[in-house]
Design a protein around this ligand. Structure first.
Ligand code: F3S
Length: 428
């Protein structure tokens, strides 16, 4: 048994002493040591299900698979049904050549087995694979003030900022341990102090900035600090409408990946900023002014990682993080209109739109919109494009995207929405 600084009582004490079995003891010890590394003095109960980041069956993760077997053997599962990040593959909608298929077969060789294990330790259902677990259609929706233990960075920043819930950016597997215990260590973004902003971001652009460019600029500047963003209500209004939430989904994902932002406040818009206003700002907060010139500087600083920088794009990914139902409809309309304007029937570049399985299912219930999207030649999938691209074969492809997260982790090139659309339609 480990020596802890943390005050553990009742059932936690029994688990720590090994009276509930060695496996649970190891789970608790891991969570306690993790919390203590960040100065946590106690564990607090979770108010909602966890969301897991590890969704892929890469054989290298053998210790994870062994650990899952141990849970299953001992009848250990999460306290509430959980959701998990997207699957890596969908041969039907994201075409692969025989060599790619061969590589994926090896890379994700344990996918089926791992999914069976996930089910046995508490996966919500077959469709629970998406980074946007908080969408109405998916149903893992925290309430304001809920304490959580999530790991996927884009979901963490959304839960904290847009929904007003409280979760740290936990490591993969630690979030599962927290889900099993129904508890998380109290530190960082779970505390009042940890949620105070230490940066004032003054947005002075002439029009609404691209969310993933703005998020990128903020993330690179503040890294893991909490920013308070001023000036967006000029363009977005004062209500958290579905399009505003989508805007923040994109902004947050970029900030969380181009930096390590786990929470942002937006003046007059996000729940905590609406309540407390500028009182959320720490006294000695630093200021970062973002105008059109600064945003252009940031976007121009992205390195081109294509093998042949002058290539024509071969593949486009839209939906990282996964698209909402509203965004799917808007993209369908945009693609349809630009094709009509250009006098073309189909997109020139293979274009893949990504959304949660439950969102795709709902979108298909509108056969007119669904058919309209497919008639452009676009494909609809629920995979994670990063998982698809993260291998030596696919990373050689000339991929374009409007996701700054995908750009950061892969060789994909970032383009703002309208430029991306033009590229997908004209092929150059
Ligand atoms: Fe989601 Fe994968 Fe992008 S988890 S945010 S689609 S990298």
């Amino acid at each position: 048994m480990i020596q802890t600084q943390m005050l553990l009582e009742g059932q936690d004490r029994e688990i720590l002493e090994g009276r509930k079995g060695q496996t649970l003891q190891k789970v608790l010890e891991s969570v306690v040591l993790y919390g203590e590394a960040f100065g946590a003095l106690k564990l607090v109960p979770l108010d909602g299900p966890v969301h897991l980041v590890t969704s892929f069956g890469i054989p290298l993760l053998r210790p994870v698979f062994d650990m899952m077997d141990e849970f299953i053997k001992n009848g250990i599962a999460a306290k509430s049904p959980f959701t998990v990040n997207p699957r890596p593959l969908d041969y039907e909608n994201v075409r692969c050549n025989p060599l790619e298929k061969f590589a994926f077969k090896i890379m994700y060789g344990k996918q089926k087995d791992y999914e069976s294990q996930l089910k046995l330790v508490g996966l919500k259902d077959e469709n629970a694979f998406s980074c946007t677990c908080y969408m109405e259609e998916v149903g893992n929706i925290p309430k304001p003030g809920d304490r959580l233990a999530w790991a996927e960075s884009s979901a963490v920043v959304y839960a904290n900022s847009v929904l007003g819930a409280r979760t740290n950016r936990n490591s993969g597997i630690i979030e599962l341990f927290c889900g099993i215990l129904g508890k998380a260590p109290l530190f960082g973004l779970l505390t009042e102090e940890g949620r105070r902003a230490v940066w004032l971001i003054d947005v002075k652009t002439k029009s609404l900035p691209h969310p993933q460019a703005l998020g990128s600029a903020i993330g690179m500047k503040v890294v893991e600090d909490v920013p308070f963003i001023r000036g967006l209500d000029r363009f977005l209004g004062g209500e958290l409408t579905p399009p505003v939430k989508d805007y923040f989904k994109e902004l947050g994902a970029a900030g969380a990946s181009n930096g390590a932002v786990g929470l942002f406040h937006v003046e007059n818009l996000t729940p905590e900023a609406k309540k407390a206003g500028a009182a959320l700002l720490a006294q000695n907060a630093k200021t970062y002014i973002i105008d059109d010139k600064e945003l252009a500087r940031v976007v121009a600083s992205y390195p081109v990682m294509w093998k042949k920088p002058g290539s024509r794009p071969k593949l486009g990914f839209i939906g990282c993080p996964h698209l909402s139902l509203g965004q799917l409809g808007q993209w369908t309309e945009k693609v349809r209109k630009i094709l009509e304007k250009e006098g073309r029937k189909k997109l020139k570049v293979r274009s893949v739109f990504c959304a949660a399985p439950d969102v795709v299912a709902r979108f298909k219930k509108n056969p007119i919109a669904h058919r309209a999207l497919l008639e452009t030649g676009a494909k609809l999938t629920s995979i994670c494009p990063l998982m698809y691209m993260n291998n030596p074969i696919c990373s050689k492809k000339a991929v374009v995207t409007n996701s700054n997260k995908l750009r950061t982790y892969t060789t994909a090139r970032f383009y703002p929405d309208e430029e991306l659309l033009a590229l997908l339609v004209k092929g150059r």
